[in-house]
Every structure is written in C-alpha cells, then in structure tokens.
Design a protein around this ligand. Structure first.
Ligand code: PMP
Length: 285
C-alpha cells in the first residue's frame, strides 16, 4: 500500500511529496514539529500536543499554517489514508519558503506544513519494553531553548548515533553539573532505592514532554512518591529503576546505564506498571 503525505494543502504519494529547496526548514532548521501517538486509529493527547505546538510556534514567531480544527482534520485524514491503527502522526511547520536570507521573510509568507503517519509494530515495541533498553550518558551540547520543539536536532542526532555505536538505544544528556537533563528523544526518569520517582523540572533545559505530563498525572492519581528535581548520573547508577518517556516509546524501562545494570538488570515494577496503565490516563478524543 502506498503511503500518503499531506503537504501544503494537498495529499500526495509519500514518495513524490516535495518541499522547495528554499524552505526555511531545509535552509535553517527554522521550524517546529510534533509527534503524536495513534492508538486504535485514534489520536492520543491531541489537545496537549496542539497546545505545545502553539507554544513552539509563538516562541519562534512562526504563524499558524491553519486553524487547530482544520489541523485536527488533516491529521485524522492522514492517519486514515495511511490506514494506521497503531503508530504515530508526525507534523512539521516551518517559516515557509523564501530566498535564502537570515532575517524573517516578509509578512504574509506562508508557513509550510507537512503531515505524515506511519504504523508501529506493536509486538516489537512490547518485546522491547519487556527487555528494557540500554542508555549511555554524554554531555548535553544543545542550545538553551530546548523547551521549543524545534526541528534543529543535530546534537540529538549525534548523541543518538553515538549511543547506537556504543550498543545503546538512547543517549542521556548531562549538564555541566553532572545532572541528567533528558534523553536525545525522550524524558529521563529514575526510581530511587526508597521508591521515589524523580524527573527533572520544566524550565531547566528539557522539552516539556507530553508523555511526561501524562505520567505525572498518573503518578498523582495513584498517589506514588514523587520528586521533581534534577538527578545526577551517579544517582541514576544507584537507582532501583530507570525509564524514559516519549510519545513513540510511551514508558520504556531502562535496564542499563553506561554498561552498568540498573537495579537487578530487568525492567522495574514501577516503570512496567506505568506503561501498563498509561492509556487509562491519556486522552482520546
Ligand atoms: N525530549 C526530547 C528531546 C524529545 O525529542 C522528546 C520526543 N519528541 C521528548 C523529550 C518526549 O516528548 P513527548 O513525550 O512529547 O514525545
């Protein structure tokens, strides 16, 4: 079955989808994106993702390509045309196409929008979660506005590649004080030996993950012990459990950090329970 992409007002075969070479996303990484989970053919946590998209756009002063209602329809239509039941929908908005020049293009330049969707292999994801993943730590060399979900992901690309070359699935980025900021494409969590969940606060060099926010609601609902504070790499080595969160991986147990086993080296009970219960807290509309 051929894949379909939505590009600036049209549904086109994925293989023939095109954006101009003067698009500012291509020239300057001048754009933002979102990745939403699709489950049972439905969008998960659309409202939170759209709120974050709004914020990313307004922080960069990029206009809206279309109304939120129209965008919701385009995302659903893209999911439908690609026959995705379980997977993700990806959307990217850039400042549009204009002769290459650093300052913003003139008022009225239309932002570009691309929406794609693809299926996940659920069985493979569940198997990965049952095994857990390895992470390696490395310095966080990103810019100071990582709270914006910008397509400028070169440091993340390099980190992820380094992780892969070291046999790990994810990189944990570390600030100048030896504290974990987040993963290259996920938020980072530990469970201390006392059973307290710990994750880094917003406004301290992380992306406000949507999965993170849903997990926080789940933790509050279940009355679990929780501290929102930075944690060091050393604390992570000594943790009982560790995991990462993202829309594509949900809650993914971490069983090894820098080659050392976390806890007993198997996915932890807390992480596994949060993964199991995640969708009872997520919003489907
Ligand atoms: N941090 C970074 C750097 C990411 O790229 C992502 C995933 N896009 C996340 C955290 C997790 O965010 P979310 O739960 O919204 O997917």
């Amino acid at each position: 079955m051929s894949r379909i992409a939505y590009v600036n007002g049209q549904y086109v075969p994925h293989a023939h989808a095109m954006i101009g070479i003067e698009d500012r996303g291509y020239q300057f990484a001048d754009g933002v994106y979102e990745v939403c989970e699709v489950r049972g053919g439905r969008l998960v946590d659309e409202r939170r993702h759209m709120a974050r998209l709004d914020r990313s756009l307004s922080e960069l002063r990029i206009g809206h390509p279309m109304s939120p209602a129209a965008l919701g329809m385009v995302m659903r239509e893209t999911i439908r045309r690609n026959r995705v039941r379980d997977g993700i929908v990806y959307l990217q908005v850039t400042r549009g196409e204009m002769k290459r020049d650093f300052p913003f293009p003139p008022e009225g330049t239309r932002p570009s929008i691309v929406v794609t969707s693809r299926s996940h292999n659920n069985a493979r994801n569940e198997k990965a979660a049952e095994a857990g993943i390895a992470v390696v730590t490395m310095p966080d060399i990103r810019w100071q506005r990582v709270d914006i979900k910008s397509v400028a992901l070169l440091p993340n690309v390099l980190a992820k590649q380094q992780a892969r070359e070291q046999g790990a699935k994810e990189a944990w980025l570390v600030d100048g004080e030896g504290r974990v900021t987040e993963g290259a494409s996920s938020n980072a969590w530990i469970v201390t030996r006392d059973g307290v969940l710990v994750t880094r606060p917003l406004q301290t060099g992380i992306l406000p993950g949507i999965t993170r926010s849903v997990v926080l609601d789940l933790i509050a609902r279940e009355g679990l012990g929780f501290e929102e504070r930075p944690f060091t790499v050393q604390e992570a080595y000594e943790a009982r459990e560790a995991f990462v969160t993202s829309a594509s991986q949900l809650v993914m147990p971490v069983v090894q950090i820098d080659g050392r086993p976390v806890g007993n080296g198997a996915p932890g009970l807390v992480a596994s329970a949060l993964r199991r219960d995640y969708h009872s807290q997520a919003e489907f509309i």
